[in-house]
Design a protein around this ligand. Structure first.
Ligand code: NAD
Length: 425
């Protein structure tokens, strides 16, 4: 490779670039494509003047980066956080390109955000920020251009304000520009469970490939929120035992299996959606980190990034790890797990049910015809299974770890599309 490699003072962007160059080199990708894919197609920065509730005016910085659209419109969230900046959006947009590519959906990658402290904003102030962000980004977003979605500190209400603003500016309803909308406003049934359902599908496919009897498999899940709960419900539906679950209140363990449905009802009815006070036959409460060290078949970290690292990876007793959270295993942790022979299904394969669900919402919005939850789930499982098997086969074929295989397969699909489309002008 003879390209001048880009670097960045932003750690996230620098890491994203380094990971890309390393994989591209291993794949023998041609220099021209390395140059193209290491740059974003468009980096947009806007100012967002907002009248605050007390009558003063504040100006926020808003961003949207379109990393690559060789396969299809850019897809990725809009984040509200004090650390949001253009380089961070570029790094996350690049990761979305690989995630969408690996998921086999017709999207490229993008990311956006507003640098702000959401906890200090009233609902009305948030609405004004969203409407001005949308108005100023109107030239760069579109159902066939760039399709934003919720991310950290944004959700259904923000997507509705974005959609409403652009629809009014264009004098026509534009439901397919934003995904993650509430069901009555062109959202989709099935989205709530999609990520956890996809995680469980990966775990099930893994065990089937290894001829492991699902009825004999035991599962531990860190984090019992949106992703963890639906992963747990789907694992018991497949016949496995969930022996440990956890949230910020501690680890809940039962050697012969927990009553997951009871735990689900417990968090649904708890005012803060916590496991606090949960019990069932055989259940004992352990310290918070213990969930990671349970002797089990599959460990599903579904809470935070970096929880399995150089300091604790040697204590993990699970045979397999399916990464539900983004980045739960650090590179140091990964090396230790590898040495111990623990197979890891990487995050951007395992948790891609979320973005596949966004794609389903977009499909329904473009067609104006809505699916049942059964149709949604049936399609989700089919795609997740195919993707898992593709990465599995690629990793066996090249004799590399699943994480590397997933990354290389993802880059390959984008590179092929970019090569076919050629360089314009
Ligand atoms: P959530 O907020 O609904 O749930 C997080 C859970 O983790 C909660 O039960 C919380 O109590 C628990 N938790 C927090 N700190 C913990 C700790 N130290 N120990 C044990 N438990 C702890 O979040 P979510 O939507 O379920 O997302 C979980 C992870 O999955 C995040 O990394 C997120 O980025 C990733 N992810 C989510 C989606 C999605 O569609 N929701 C998609 C892709 C990736």
């Amino acid at each position: 490779m003879s390209v001048v490699k880009r670097t960045s003072s932003n750690v996230l962007l620098d890491t994203a670039l380094k990971n890309f160059y390393a994989a591209a080199e291993e794949m023998g990708l041609e220099d021209g494509l390395i140059e193209i894919l290491s740059h974003s197609e468009r980096r947009t920065a806007v100012s967002i003047p907002v009248e605050m509730d007390d009558g003063t005016v504040k100006v926020f910085d808003g961003y949207r980066v379109m990393h690559n659209t060789s396969i299809g419109p850019a897809k990725g969230g809009v984040r509200f956080h004090p650390e949001v900046c253009l380089d961070e959006c570029e790094a996350l947009g690049m990761m979305m390109t690989w995630k969408c590519s690996l998921a086999g959906i017709p999207y490229g990658g993008g990311k956006g955000g507003v640098c702000c402290e959401p906890l200090e904003l009233s609902r009305k102030e948030k609405e004004r920020i969203c409407r001005t962000w949308a108005a100023r980004m109107e030239p760069v977003v579109g159902a066939m251009t760039d399709v934003p979605a919720p991310d950290v500190n944004t959700g259904g209400p923000e997507m509705v304000w974005f959609m409403d603003t652009i629809s009014k500016m264009r004098n026509r309803l534009e439901p397919a520009i934003f995904t993650g909308k509430p069901i009555p406003l062109w959202g989709s049934k099935g989205r709530t469970a999609a990520t956890g359902y996809g995680v469980a599908t990966c775990a099930i496919e893994l065990l089937k490939n290894l001829n492991f009897d699902l009825a004999k498999a035991t599962v531990a899940i860190q984090g019992f929120g949106n992703v963890g709960t639906y992963a747990a419900l789907n694992m018991i539906q497949a016949g496995s035992k969930v022996v440990a679950i956890s949230d910020i209140t501690g680890t809940y363990y039962a050697k012969d299996g927990l009553d997951v449905k009871k735990a689900f009802d417990h968090v649904t009815n708890h005012p803060k959606h916590l496991l606090e006070g949960f019990t069932c036959p055989g259940c004992q409460k352990l310290d918070l980190p213990e969930v990671l060290y349970v002797d089990c078949t599959v460990l599903i970290p579904a809470a935070l990034e970096g929880v399995i690292n150089g300091k604790n990876a040697d204590k993990v007793k699970a045979k397999y790890i399916v990464e539900a959270a983004n980045g739960p295993v650090t590179p140091e942790g990964d090396a230790i797990l590898d040495a111990k022979g623990i197979l890891v299904v990487p995050d951007f394969l395992a948790n891609s049910g979320g973005v596949i669900g966004s794609y389903f919402e977009w499909c329904q919005d473009l067609g104006g015809f809505f699916w049942t939850e059964e149709e949604y789930n049936e399609r989700l499982v089919r795609i997740m299974r195919d993707n898992f098997q593709r990465v599995w086969a690629y990793s066996k074929d090249k004799n590399i770890k699943m994480r590397r295989a997933a990354f290389m397969a993802a880059i390959q699909r984008v590179a092929d599309a970019a090569r076919m489309r050629g360089i314009f002008l």
